[in-house]
Write a protein that binds this ligand. Structure first.
Ligand SMILES: Cc1cc2nc3c(=O)[nH]c(=O)nc-3n(C[C@H](O)[C@H](O)[C@H](O)COP(=O)(O)OP(=O)(O)OC[C@H]3O[C@@H](n4cnc5c(N)ncnc54)[C@H](O)[C@@H]3O)c2cc1C
Length: 387
């Protein structure tokens, strides 16, 4: 292991690895330290959804850019990341909700997204097994999509390694070295790596890592909440191509794995704060109820897996990104509140630019994601949660 690096990245999830790749592109010597295996945090446990359909300007702009980057990544990295533009379809069950959708479409149009309102005939063409009867209209964007968490993480890992990035698994960081308010490096057990900059990319664990730099755990209040998914046996490809969600049905959603044809189902059953990832029966009961109401033929399909991971939530469900002002050279990109997979391409490029150049062309509103907003008692509009 190197004893000196320009940047040490703590955390080998999609955010840490993609930032390491972008740092290497800018010529930095980078070491990534991961306490388990890469992807073992939340990344390999996510539902794979990618959307620009947020309800506020900052997240729409960031995700519009990220979707553009998702499209380029397979060619750029030389590995297939499994990105497909199969869309997101939100379904309204009440007139009030339909009005919110209409307003959201106006915002999206203004910001250059192709989102539109569709009727249930068109919805049924897009999702042949959809139960259209309970829904008034749909909010549809065909440019949203999904990618493989496994392939994309490995694509960043492999390319970063080819570019000289050192990635060490099963290597927990145990201390952050700080002198006179400047970051000096990290310790991983008895090994020390000196560095000019350190990035905390540990998402659900970020407050514990901040504490290693002498900061209060509550300074940037990110909390781990258990969220779960189930997956069915494979069904005919294309029956549930987009992510389909009626938000008023307890934030439930279904999305078909583009590769193996299994249908993944999620719902807004949340436990925590906790670091426990044991699957629970209350989630299973709730999710199958909604999945089979959204697409009744799923009644005849077996569930073959259930698992849990973390939404690393901030008080306003928006991530924190930037430099931590109390320790020069200590950066954070965490608290993704259920959206870190989709945001990773835009966030990682912007973070690498910030660390190496102090500025970026990525349309990321630093003020919106300021890690210190909670100290000032500021909350952003809550980011729309689903998938
Ligand atoms: C059920 C579920 C569904 C989801 N669906 C979606 C979705 O459809 N779309 C989407 O965009 N997002 C989704 N998410 C959220 C997404 O999984 C996360 O936001 C994303 O994976 C965060 O990536 P990350 O790299 O920041 O964090 P992680 O993948 O959690 O990586 C952080 C890493 O830091 C490591 N670490 C912690 N402490 C230390 C230490 N001291 N030293 C070294 N390493 C350390 C951890 O082991 C971990 O691997 C979902 C999450 C869940 C649980």
């Amino acid at each position: 292991m190197r004893s000196r690096a320009d940047v040490v990245v703590i955390g080998g999830g999609i955010v840490g690895l993609s930032t390491a790749y972008h740092l290497a592109k800018l010529g930095a010597d980078v070491v990534v330290l991961e306490k388990g295996y890469v992807g073992s945090g939340s990344t390999f446990r996510c539902a794979s959804g990618i959307r620009a359909q947020f309800t506020d300007e900052a997240n729409v702009k960031l995700m519009k850019y990220s979707v553009k980057r998702w499209k380029e990544l397979s060619d750029e990295l030389g590995y297939d990341v499994g990105f497909v533009q199969t869309g997101y379809l939100f379904l309204a069950t009440t007139e009030d909700e339909a009005d919110v959708f209409r307003r959201t479409v106006k915002l999206h149009r203004r910001l250059g997204l192709g989102t539109r309102i569709i009727d249930m005939d068109e919805a049924r063409e897009i999702v042949p097994i959809l139960n259209t009867e309970p829904f008034i209209l749909g909010q549809w964007n065909p440019e949203d999509g999904k990618a493989s968490p496994f392939k994309s993480t490995f694509a960043f890992l492999m390319r970063a390694r080819e570019m000289g990035v050192e990635v060490h698994e099963y290597t927990p960081v145990t201390a952050i070295l700080v002198e006179n308010g400047e970051v000096m490096g990290v310790k991983a057990g008895d090994r020390t790596i000196k560095a000019d900059a350190v990035l905390n990319a540990t998402n659900a664990w970020a407050p514990l890592v901040n504490e290693m730099a002498g900061l209060d755990r509550e300074l940037i209040p990110i909390k781990p909440f258990k969220h779960q998914l189930v997956k069915t046996e494979p069904i005919k490809p294309g029956l549930v191509n987009p992510l389909v969600s009626p938000p008023s049905w307890n934030d439930s959603y279904i999305i078909q794995d583009a590769e193996d044809g299994g249908v993944i189902g999620g719902a807004g059953v949340e436990h925590g704060p906790t670091y426990d990832v044991t699957p629970t029966y209350d989630f299973l009961r709730e999710v199958v109820r909604w999945m089979t109401r959204i697409a009744p033929p799923l009644k005849y399909v077996h569930i073959i897996r259930q698992w849990a991971g973390f939404y690393a939530k901030t008080p306003d469900s928006n991530p924190v990104m930037g430099e931590i002002k109390y320790v020069n050279g200590l950066y954070i990109a965490a608290g993704f509140s259920g959206h870190g997979f989709m945001m990773a391409p835009g966030v990682s490029e912007a973070m690498a630019d910030l660390i190496m150049k102090g500025r970026t062309k990525v349309p990321l509103d630093w003020e919106w994601y300021d890690p210190h907003r909670f100290e000032r008692g500021e909350l952003r509009t809550s980011a729309f949660q689903i998938g």
